[in-house]
Design a protein. Structure first.
Ligand SMILES: *Cc1c(COP(=O)(O)O)cnc(C)c1O
Length: 303
């Protein structure tokens, strides 16, 4: 099966829908807030993880490689999407998972295994080598048929997919004066958005994330001039939460009828509303916030 035909058959919702959020708070603050629903692209290939996989799949096909190998933690949205994409589009998938195998697999890894992903657990020390040239050279020898994708899908091919988000927005809201707001993990999405020329408000999902600007600049190969990176909305760290954050997510669902999750998008919207409340943005600013998906992440909290 050709990747292009396979993708067509999936009937992805791309361009993803965009909605304007309406409330008296937003009107009073004179902020135009849109939400770009990448969470609706596909039930299993949701959000920015699909964006970042797309051109990696084409690249694998072009190189004649029928396996995809990548890295992630036990709750990784990227591992989840990669496993599903492999199954749907006819690739073998190999996941290098951080940490020792637990007695019971996380819901994410159970799903990945059900899609046929071959799981390899690696020590945290070895996992840290995942981007080193030596480790990657060894992997390439061990897996000659695999296209190797970095953690999170964040390479230049992943950025090309993220760039398309900006192009869709321009078509959808008929202006090029907007700020794209996104949660930041590995930085690939933010880097792609910047590459497309967008002004980006990034909200770090992890603690001590000042290194993220450098990571993003490394991906971009340029300084991240259009990036406003907020690092104070981590709620204690990656995948850490608080009653405050859960309350926000509940209120957001009641108010706007849209479900967020606590690892990325909850923190993003919390940050946006906090900044609007503090009059951080000029009146009449248009913000397009990405719903980057990741709803499978709830399974880890519910388990
Ligand atoms: C991975 C992820 C992000 C972060 O994207 P990066 O490109 O890694 O910065 C944001 N939101 C969700 C839902 C994700 O799964």
């Amino acid at each position: 099966m050709l990747v292009e035909e396979g993708i067509k058959a999936l009937a992805l919702r791309v361009p993803s829908p965009i909605q304007q959020l309406q409330s008296s708070f937003l009107s009073a603050k004179k902020i135009n807030l849109y939400i770009k629903r990448d969470d609706l692209i596909h039930p299993l290939l949701s959000g920015n993880k699909w964006r970042k996989l797309k051109y990696n799949l084409f690249a694998a096909e072009q190189k004649g490689l029928r396996s995809l190998l990548s890295f992630g933690g036990a709750y990784s949205n990227h591992i989840h999407a990669l496993a599903a994409a492999g199954k749907l589009l006819g690739f073998n998938t190999i996941g290098y998972i951080r940490g020792e195998a637990a007695d019971t697999l996380s819901p994410t890894l159970k799903f990945a295994a059900s899609q046929g992903m071959e799981l390899h657990f690696v020590s945290r020390a070895l996992y840290r080598q995942k981007n080193s040239p030596e480790f990657l050279a060894k992997l390439a020898t061990d897996w000659p048929n695999a296209h190797i994708i970095p953690e999170g899908g964040s390479n230049s091919l992943g950025m090309s997919g993220a760039e398309e988000i900006t192009h869709e927005i321009v078509e959808q809201i008929n202006t090029d004066q907007f700020l794209v707001a996104t949660a930041v993990g590995s930085g690939g999405t933010a880097a792609g958005l910047l590459k497309s020329g967008a002004e980006v408000l990034g909200v770090a999902a992890l603690k001590g994330a000042d290194f993220l600007r450098q990571d993003i600049e490394k991906l971009l190969g340029a300084s991240a001039n259009g990036l406003d990176l907020k690092t104070q909305y981590h709620f204690g760290g990656y995948a850490k939460t608080s009653p405050d954050l859960f309350e926000f997510i509940t209120n957001f669902r009641r108010m706007y009828g849209i479900e967020l999750e606590p690892v990325y998008t909850g923190k993003l919207f919390y940050a946006i509303f906090d900044l609007i409340e503090k009059d951080y943005f000029k009146p009449q600013t248009t913000i397009v916030a990405l719903h980057t998906g990741g709803m499978q992440g709830w399974s880890g909290f519910n388990a």
